[in-house]
Design a protein around this ligand. Sequence first.
Ligand code: CMC
Length: 428
Amino acid sequence: MTDTLSIKDNRTGKTYEIPIQDDSIRAMDLRQIKVSDSDFGMMSYDPAYLNTASCRSSITFIDGEKGILRYRGYPIEELAEKCEYLEVAYLLIHGELPNKNQYEEWKHNITYHTMVHENVKKLLEEFRYDAHPMGMLISAIAALSTFYPDVKNIFDENSRRLQIYRLIGKMPTLAAYAYRHSQGMAYVYPNNDLEYAENFLTMMYKPPASSNYKANPVLSKALDVLFVLHADHEQNASTSAMRGVGSTHADPFSSAAAATAALYGPLHGGANEEVVRMLEEIGSKDKVPEIIRQVKEKKRLLMGFGHRVYRNYDPRARIVKKIADEVFAVTGRNKLLDIALELEKVALSDEYFISKHLYPNVDFYSGLIYQAMGFPMDIFPVLFAIPRMSGWLAQWQEMLADSEQKISRPRQIYTGYPERHLDSTPRQ
Ligand code: CMC
């Protein structure tokens, strides 16, 4: 068997042998296919990249048909059960799990970088009282690049490492500050004695006047597992934004601000917020058939359902469903859960959803947990962004080290006017 693809161009009668590697052909190999010497050559056309690999990556593996997700080869189920989020962040960025000393050092370095410059606090204070925390987060991440002139040294390994500590360390601080701004509450500084998720919950909820606030350990653990589940998901829209902006050699803070902006959209990280809004709008189980009818008539989307890659149950959704029980045992059951379960049951037995392979994704149940934990809805996408930072940074580093990568620059098929002139265009 020869690993080539024979292509016959019926316009010219010529045939071409294109090498196949990893079940793929290189789009650039199509360029030799021309009608004449002056012809630009053939391109592939793939709006929204439905079937185009933009990189080789050894970070995250997804088999969408089988519902498999692995980071660096480890199944997500094992990582969620046995690892802390910061261990997983180390794994994503370094390729291997840390040993005890490496982990202690990694945690120390990230904890050491949780504080933000006081001017960042002032910057956040200037936002309107009702500013969406994702807008604040995007701005704060971008602004941080101006505090560290060394961020531009992206080909210096030590500088890269420092920016990684800073970005992973500061995300919970920025997120909590954005929340407290919306509540008109004084900011709470990070506490270096606390674990990552516990520290975040403390910065979110500690009453300024209380010295003995202690985050519930079940909730800290649940949040940490949710962080593991959200840490990476290969070439999704926000990761592609990180890589795309990073490919211009912009600093990692600016690239991460772009990635966070991509995550903000309701079709991506904003979906968890939309799911809860949708469930609240439905209001009771008996309204579920009406919603399903509207979805089937294409009047609305069923938020938290469907995925570009998964054609099966999202493995993260299965784990989130399990965590929900542990969280509700502490917080009390979220009343919206019954509506969500009914929606899932009806959808999964309906031919419309079956034929389109539409299953619950990670966002379907995560919002219910966040809501039960007391998070306001508009901070849900921020909770997605905090752990995704480690995935973005792992992908960014991999992109920089990849000798095949260049500035990211898609082609287009021009559909506008041919050349025309102002003199022959009547003007009013
Ligand atoms: N509700 C109803 N119909 C849907 C849905 C949905 N949630 N998702 C897809 N479809 C239909 C869609 O209308 C299309 O139908 P047809 O073949 O008749 O045109 C078919 O299923 C294929 O959908 P698509 O839009 O071509 O799929 P996509 O891969 O472009 O979009 C998606 C993936 C996640 C954007 C989409 O499923 C969606 O909008 N879901 C709701 C938003 C959501 O939950 N997003 C979170 C994604 S998971 C977390 C993350 O990583 O961000």
